[in-house]
Design a protein around this ligand. Sequence first.
Ligand code: ADP
Length: 511
Amino acid sequence: MAAIRRSTALAHQLLVQSSRKILRSQKCCYGNFLPDKAYIGGAWVPASSGATFPVLNPANGIEIGIVPDMETSDVQTAITKAHTAFKTWKKTTAKERHDLLLKWYKLIMDNQEELAKLLTAEMGKPLVEAMGEIAYGASFLQWFAEEAKRCYGDVIPAPTGNKRLVVIKQPVGVAAMITPWNFPSAMITRKVGAALAAGCTTVVKPAEDTPYSALALCELADRAGIPAGVINVVTCSRKNASAVGKLLCQDPLISKLSFTGSTTTGKILLEQSAGTVKRVSMELGGNAAFIVFDSANVDLAVQGAMASKFRASGQTCVCANRLLVQSGIHDEFVDKFSKAVRKLVVGDGFDSDTTQGPLINVRAVEKVESHIDDAVSMGAKVVCGGQRHQLGGSFFQPTVMTGVSEDMLACREETFGPLAPVVKFDTEEEALAIANGTRVGLAGYFFSNDISQIWRVAEELEVGMVGINDGLISSEVAPFGGVKESGLGREGSRYGIDEYLNLKNLCFGNL
Ligand code: ADP
């Protein structure tokens, strides 16, 4: 036991040393993007108190840098700047906003690799996934640049001959955004792209774990020529997050709040937003069922499950959380799936072989462990993985468990980690009852080759997004969002911009 502990400590020490080296060399690449200031009113500013907090690399705990730990007074300044900027930004033409968003998009793509390295350093996902996120995130700016030009209104046949009714769309005003660490870049562009296209200005509070990706986006927005005050990013530690969040919910100068994060925090923000009757979008937690029916192509289902479960080490809100596999193909699926899982390579996101980075922190590891312990204590079996990885820190072995039932924590809660619990079922009705037996409903997946079943199940799943014979469902063109306690509103797609627009009815009378 002591020998194992010693070798684990040694492996971790080696990793820390090599990461330091990588970090030093990366720093010269993304040195431009490591400001120790927040971005308010087009200027790089410290917290008025002078306070800062460190940003750590989750692969090794090394400090990447420090950023301002802002308080409500700093946020108040950002709100005022955004409100002032709104007065002119709302008057820009759709074409002007289109051109600026497109310039920003191009600058991001020109700097894709540097931004990806920064993202890997602060969030931990493998570099190749980070490259994908930068492109995915940028695609929202390109998409909404086009949508800016298509915010058409309506002419409605009037109920009386002497009236004419015209509906126009107008930006809601200043939009506040609170974003999570698992997509440090894309969760910002998906919101800010839509807001700017609509003519809104923004105040963004990125997650405390990953502020640099947000600040890097500001640097490029500035270079693109997006005017001062249109985008403001305030950084703060977890300690200040609730006070800052409360102000963003309660300040009457803010017209809209868009949040991506946990259901628990989302509910707090919703309550706090009631006083000012804010427009809200909430993209909250999920508990995605991934159903494999007997008729499925098992190899495709394995591929889909790998993509859906293990992306970002299982830390996305649309990751498969529960794998429901029909009894006829259960053993074949588990066999092929666990073989694929054993091939995953855990390591620092900067190592080119790595397919699984660290979890964001040790708290996340403890959650995965608690789900495994709970399931095992109730009779589930670990097929592969099940332990902390020998690299130590927040690395965890990709894990498959069988004999799981819906009463276990791994089925009831979102694990947000590399754990794939497999539940065996017999009938379609049973699978649907398990899949829908939860208060959340973000994504769901199923694999089947029975066309009638495909329609039935797609319509019956109580979720906002369904992957049918597909494990990857997100793109800028498709609406992203959930039902039940998974949230309100949709992001991306032609519907996403509506979240930032008010309809105004112009009633012309006595004509
Ligand atoms: P996680 O636990 O995965 O970090 P959260 O929902 O707590 O998920 O965090 C998502 C975002 O919400 C982060 O930017 C975080 O700082 C912020 N946040 C957390 N708690 C609050 C709160 N009470 N008010 C406002 N923002 C919050």
